[in-house]
Design a protein around this ligand. Structure first.
Ligand SMILES: [Zn+2]
Length: 249
């Protein structure tokens, strides 16, 4: 069992059962009732004496943190039978009704749920409004408003959007979030081409991208696009070793 590559932080809490005793076949979306970062929420679960946790924490800015590995059961929904089979996801929300989340958090949630389904062989989300489906709610297992009116209202849309992506629909956000490694930007195309050749001789695959900045055309020389920041950083470091002034854009 793996974790989501979309996560940028992992801090494991002791509030869990290891391993889970059921295959992952449910998603349970929760509201934090606080506008935290994913990282801050994972830090909280790692340090609080309250017996609470979640597999993932999605921050208001869209960052995703792991608090309990997917192979383990989180203490999130007040239900062992649910949490042994669910990936639980805390989403940053307002602390008051209707517990609204930001658009960035919502987008990150859609990406995360899609990724969890893909890696765990969940072919389709099925929101039935009860536990016969595979999207469950904390409030079905305890006296709580969680996931809150705002996210609850989004469940049918989450089901629809994730299923569209799972059935091979386009995933624009995965493209938008790429990290590009750039080694130079030139106002003259021939200078960019010359620099590109130099990079190619050093073993890099290159591309020149044009951009208009303050009315002027810029030719940017790039040596890779990565969905994971650490991979982009590794490429940038390799370029620096060979004398290129690499930056991640
Ligand atoms: Zn909850």
């Amino acid at each position: 069992m793996s974790n989501s590559p979309l996560a940028t932080y992992r801090r494991i809490t002791k509030h869990k059962n290891s391993p889970r005793n059921h295959k992952i076949d449910r998603i349970t979306i929760h509201c934090m009732a606080g506008q935290m970062t994913g990282r801050g929420c994972a830090d909280y679960f790692a340090t609080t004496s309250r017996q609470v946790s979640a597999n993932y924490c999605v921050g208001y800015g869209g960052d995703i943190a792991i608090s309990v590995d997917e192979c383990d059961r989180s203490w999130c929904s007040c239900s062992g039978s649910n949490d042994h089979r669910a990936i639980t996801i805390e989403v940053a929300t307002d602390s008051t009704y209707p517990y609204k989340c930001t658009d960035k958090a919502y987008e990150a949630l859609l990406n995360l749920v899609t990724d969890v389904c893909r890696r765990n062989g969940i072919k389709k989300l099925n929101y039935t409004g009860d536990t016969s489906g595979n999207m469950t709610k904390h409030k079905w297992f305890a006296a709580t408003a969680c996931p809150g009116a705002y996210l609850e209202g989004k469940f049918p849309e989450i089901e629809r959007e994730v299923n569209k992506r799972l059935s091979g629909g386009e995933t624009p956000d995965e493209k938008k979030d790429l990290y590009y490694v750039q080694i130079g930007a030139f106002s003259k195309k021939e200078n960019a081409v010359a620099y590109e050749l130099k990079a190619q001789k050093a073993g890099f695959t290159t591309v020149i991208k044009t951009a208009t900045v303050a009315g002027k055309t810029l030719y940017r020389v790039q040596i890779g696009a990565f969905s994971k920041k650490e991979n982009a950083e590794a490429q940038a470091a390799a370029a620096k070793k060979k004398g290129f002034d690499a930056v991640i854009v």
